[in-house]
Design a protein around this ligand. Structure first.
Ligand code: GTP
Ligand code: MG
Length: 300
């Protein structure tokens, strides 16, 4: 007899910067979600699909949950917590320190749903192995977890164990996506994110958080090169100056770096043209947020 096929939806939830997107990319084996060392990198829910012959797991990466200060923040928190209603299991991700207020707030929301919860302790490459057991003892006092799994999403530690454990918990079910599909998001979404990732890497302070990217055109080929037009929106003229840089150097660098990533994703040559536009206080402008894909009404 052949083994049953298992499948399910698994949410990656936790505070900003704990490594949710890094883990999802590691699992899928490709960059589907952008990552950075700055908190609040991910803004939308995005799935990464892991397929093996007898299991398919749809990992749902979510924005880190934090105290909202703008309409955009509010959208991000809703995008995370509403995901809990649509999944079979939750990976609650934390850093290897005792659970703080932010973690406990998220845990309270997860607990209410009544799904299996794995506490995933990420970045264990940063702690001495002797510190791990006392840490796990502490977590067991702070919450009720079906499994506690130490991992490192960067080094790949504990991932095989995580997948094996998931297989035990997931229900019998069909393969929802084709074996070669890696995300539920269209290519233009990932392209816009790859541009935003470079802004996160190359600029500082409030600039990365005040920037949004929209891909306007991505369907024409000239001399065999895919023509991509995208606009970077910022909130203030000072931020526009920073994104442009002296003599346009910064924008040029953002373009060079993101083009490489986009070409790797699409597997073809690309001509990328970028514009920078001022959209005052867009993070609190509902109509604008909706127009660039941060629409609360679309969240189930
Ligand atoms: N040392 C170490 N760093 C890690 C590990 N996993 C992720 N990081 C780093 O942690 C930072 C945040 O990673 P992300 O994957 O962007 O975190 P996130 O939880 O998706 O963050 P938000 O999208 O802001 O909620 C990046 O600089 C990663 O390289 C790990 O296992 N070990
Ligand atoms: Mg993320």
């Amino acid at each position: 007899m052949t083994e049953q096929h298992k499948s399910g939806f698994v949410a990656l939830v936790g505070r900003p910067n704990v490594g949710k997107s890094t883990l999802m990319n590691y699992l899928v084996g490709q960059k589907v979600a952008i990552t950075s060392n700055k908190p609040q990198t991910t803004r939308n829910r995005i799935s990464g699909i892991y397929t093996e012959p007898d299991m398919q797991v749809v990992f749902v990466d979510t924005p880190g949950v934090f105290k909202p200060h703008s309409e955009l923040d509010d959208y991000m928190d809703k995008a995370s917590l509403s995901t809990l209603k649509d999944v079979d299991l939750v990976l609650f991700m934390v850093e290897p320190t005792e659970l703080g207020r932010g973690d406990l707030y998220i845990y309270e929301q997860i607990k209410e749903i009544g799904l299996p919860v794995f506490l995933v302790i990420n970045k264990v490459d940063q702690v001495h192995p002797d510190k791990l057991l006392p840490l796990i003892d502490g977590y067991q006092k702070q919450g009720k977890f079906d499994e506690i799994l130490p991992i490192s999403a960067v080094k790949g530690i504990g991932i095989a164990d995580l997948l094996q454990t998931l297989k035990r918990y997931l229900p019998e079910g069909p393969q929802y996506y084709g074996s070669d599909e890696i995300t539920d998001r269209p290519e233009y979404f990932v392209v816009a994110e790859l541009i935003r990732e470079q802004i996160l890497h190359l600029t500082n302070q409030e600039v990365p958080h005040a920037a949004a990217v929209s891909v306007e055109q991505m369907n024409q080929r000239i001399n065999g090169k895919l023509q991509i037009h995208a606009t970077i929106y910022v909130e203030r003229s000072g931020q526009k100056g920073i994104i442009l840089g002296k003599g346009g150097q910064m924008l040029k660098q953002i373009g060079i770096n993101s083009r490489k990533e986009i070409e790797a994703l699409l597997g073809e040559k690309v001509n990328l043209r970028l514009w920078v536009k001022l959209q005052r206080n867009w993070r609190s402008d509902r109509a604008f947020l909706k127009s660039i894909g941060y629409d609360k009404k679309e969240l189930s």
